[in-house]
Ligand binder design. Structure first.
Ligand code: AMP
Ligand code: ZN
Length: 465
């Protein structure tokens, strides 16, 4: 498998730190509003990366956070006259609903920044001890010039950055040793959430969150770190500076970045106001269509959102789903019989084509093209006369490729309450026995069927999405 690594600017063979395992961290959204479809691009793409690794029999530990403390959250909370946590909890819940609609599997762990403050204080203290950070009047800064590799990810040069940034030194920042030094901890302001720390009451900077959550749930070294390309600088550059200075080891081996989702060839963003929320789209389309639209382009190519492309995605998706259902129906009533070797060969060749595309830096566009070829073949080769051996082979391969792409082809029968409760009970038992893998499996299985679980003090509560 080859992955384009932003760090080396080359496609490289994927070699995991530990055989058979992938440790992957993807920066999640800041939760102060409904997510827009630009935010959905990394969610859908990295979920597909995870699914493909799993298809390739890797055990994937996938961590993706929610940034639930931030200026924008605080501003919104002040506008509404509520606590910042009210805003973040509301939009985390909404985001989870959107993710489910897009068939994005819940990450193995989804940490919240506000729950990880101790780890942040610890890492900041280590950085101060090692001379990579300094405190002035309750603010802790990272000392960028002390980290020799600063700029290695973004290819930026500190001197150029410095001259470009001299004018950016705003009031209150004269205390920095260098204009490029960035904040690790900032003192509390009136009306803002805060935590106690060795530097007084305050809150963490954004960059330290990801370094700490990644370390806690995946260890000091990870295989893949991902996010949108706007995060390369400064966010990911700063994460590298923090994590590598603290541990003395390489942080992430591969850095993957998706290109932007644009509208009229401009980045879709909340600040420009040129966005559609995932919720807007869900009023017109099944969110599967949005997922399919995103995967129709290579993740490193900009993708321009348009009504025409969404219609094309809808038609393409319909064609696939209709073909799979037709094969499923024919398979259910097919007469017993062997799979002919030439049929197997033809199907296998297309599955290999799909795998070759995905092995080549997750080329979902070419992968989908191979799936369309398989659909075309099935539409002619699978008939009322086909043997069960043949219909079953087509069905299984088509379903599997759809699953890798996260396309739902089955119409789920509504699950009965008793079935759900039995699974929840099994999950509780698995957790008690520390079989977290099975517990997560059950949660995912239920999530795929639109059943949401909530752990409360009174036990597990469930609801239909
Ligand atoms: P934010 O909430 O702005 O921190 O963004 C969450 C994730 O969405 C990050 O990985 C961003 O890089 C990504 N993102 C934001 N806007 C876009 C866009 N227009 N196209 C693709 N990715 C985006
Ligand atoms: Zn991050």
């Amino acid at each position: 498998m080859k992955i384009y690594n932003t760090l080396t600017r080359k496609k490289e063979e994927f070699v995991p730190l530990e055989p058979g395992k992938v440790r992957m961290y993807v920066c999640g959204p800041t939760v102060y509003n409904l997510i827009h479809i630009g935010n959905a691009r990394p969610m859908i793409f990295f979920d597909t990366v995870r699914r493909y690794f799993e298809y390739r029999n890797y055990k994937v530990n996938y961590v993706s956070n929610f940034t639930d403390v931030d200026d924008k959250i605080i501003k919104k909370a002040q506008e509404e006259g509520v606590d910042a946590s009210v805003i973040s909890e509301r939009y985390i819940a909404e985001c989870r609903k959107d993710m489910e609609g897009m068939n994005v599997m819940p990450a193995t762990t989804t940490p919240l920044a506000t729950q990880e403050i101790d780890g942040m204080i610890e890492m900041i203290s280590t950085l101060i001890e090692k001379g990579f950070a300094y405190e002035v009047d309750g603010t802790v800064y990272y000392r960028v010039r002390k980290f020799a590799d600063y700029g290695k990810l973004s290819g930026k040069n500190l001197d150029d950055l410095r001259s470009g940034n001299r004018t950016l030194l705003v009031t209150g920042e004269e205390q920095k040793e260098d204009p490029m030094d960035f904040v690790l901890w900032k003192p509390k302001k009136e009306g803002e959430p805060y935590w106690e720390s060795p530097w007084g009451k305050g809150r963490p900077g954004w960059h330290i969150e990801c370094s700490v959550m990644s370390k806690k749930y995946l260890g000091e070294q990870i295989d893949i770190h991902g996010g949108g390309e706007d995060l390369i600088f400064p966010h990911h550059e700063n994460e590298i500076a923090q994590s590598e200075a603290a541990s003395g080891k390489e942080f992430s081996h591969y850095w993957m970045h998706n290109a932007f989702l644009n509208i009229d060839n401009k980045k879709m963003s909340k600040s420009l106001g040129n966005f559609f929320t995932v919720r807007d789209i869900s009023e017109k389309y099944d969110l599967q269509v949005l997922r399919f639209f995103m995967l129709s382009a290579h993740y490193r190519s900009p993708l321009n959102f348009s009504a025409e492309l969404m219609e094309a995605a809808k038609n393409g998706l319909d064609r696939i789903v209709t073909a799979v259902r037709r094969v499923e129906e024919l398979d259910a009533k097919a007469a017993p019989g062997e799979l002919a070797p030439e049929t197997k060969e033809a199907v296998d060749a297309l599955v290999r084509k799909f795998e070759d595309a995905m092995d080549d830096d997750f080329n979902t566009a070419d992968g989908i093209a191979a799936l369309f070829e398989l659909v075309k073949l099935a539409n002619t080769a699978v008939t009322e006369e086909s043997s069960a051996g043949s219909t079953a082979y087509f069905r299984e391969k088509m379903q599997t490729l759809c699953q890798v792409l996260g396309i739902v082809t089955t119409v789920f029968e509504e699950m009965l309450d008793e079935e759900i409760e039995a699974l929840i009970e099994e999950r509780q038992a698995a957790r008690k026995a520390k079989n977290f893998a099975r517990a997560d499996e059950i949660r995912n299985e239920l999530a795929e069927k639109g059943i949401l679980l909530k752990d409360t003090r009174e036990g597990v509560k469930w609801s239909r999405a």
